[in-house]
Design a protein around this ligand. Structure first.
Ligand code: ARG
Length: 264
């Protein structure tokens, strides 16, 4: 922990790097055991949050909309991410000046709609711009609790009509919009939202999440999903868990992408 940009981070409570590495390896093996192929981005000295690849950008087919980070501490990641995207066959798009946007951390498809969290890390104007480029509908959702500073900390699309969420992280309008647009919602309890339960990786019906979210695991099972828990407390010290540690490159299971060609 080299700086503090969210309420979970504390320089005085550093992470144990060998524990962190073994937790990361277990997460990678678990993802691979569910049939997914994992591509890696190499670490860079001085960019400790680079591990949270969800924030690198937003993927749409072979387009990567590169993030622009709110805090200087993370801005050095973008050239690294851009080079990785380009080397891996993605067309890299940059946001207009003056707009911040933290990638898949703040923008998640559920069905054809892009749900986008704003104010703490991303700007609603950036999300409107993204939606115009992709030609999709966007629903900007204001985040109100600094502990749930990215959308993926409090909202997890599970399939095109189902999502898990933590309602108190949203303002009243945001709660209304989510209830209005997503037919089936699973409410995560406060203790488990604080264990980053919502920050889950979905691969088909398999859901990979931080350990200690037993109620949420039951809720997932009841809804026809298969939970797989893995300990990631070393990463929670930085304010992240399974979802933040990954970036889905071939389209989230919950996403419906009707238009293969971005419009402009
Ligand atoms: N320390 C990182 C930050 O505050 C954690 C990022 C977690 N990523 C996420 N997609 N929620 O930016």
């Amino acid at each position: 922990i080299e700086y503090e940009i969210n309420p979970w981070m504390s320089r005085s409570k550093g992470s144990d790097s060998s524990r962190a590495q073994s937790q990361w390896q277990s997460l990678k093996s678990l993802i691979e055991s569910r049939g997914a192929q994992v591509s890696l981005l190499s670490p860079v000295q001085g960019l400790p949050d680079l591990v949270f690849t969800a924030n690198a950008g937003l993927i749409w087919h072979d387009v990567a909309i590169l993030a622009r980070f709110r805090f200087d501490a993370r801005r050095g990641e973008s050239p690294v991410d851009a080079a990785w995207f380009a080397a891996n066959g993605f067309e890299v798009r940059e946001l207009p000046d003056g707009m911040d946007f933290e990638g898949a951390g703040d923008a998640l498809f559920c069905g054809e709609t892009l749900f986008a969290g704003y104010i703490i890390r991303s700007d609603a104007s950036a999300e409107q711009w993204v939606a115009e480029v992709l030609g999709c509908r966007v629903i900007p959702l204001q985040l109100v609790d600094p502990h749930f500073y990215h959308l993926d900390t409090c909202f997890c699309p599970l399939d095109a009509a189902t999502a898990a969420w933590f309602p108190p992280a949203f303002d009243e309008y945001g709660q209304f919009a989510i209830r209005e647009h997503i037919p089936s919602l699973i409410e995560v309890i406060p203790e488990e939202a604080s264990r980053f339960g919502c920050n889950a990786v979905v691969i088909g019906r398999d859901v990979i999440l931080n350990s200690g979210c037993l109620r949420f695991e039951q809720q997932l099972t009841a809804a026809g999903f298969v939970p797989h828990a893995t300990e990631l407390d070393e990463f929670i010290k930085a304010g992240g868990s399974t979802k933040c540690l990954t970036l889905r490159l071939d389209g989230e299971d919950a996403a419906i992408w009707p238009n293969a060609n971005p419009t402009n």
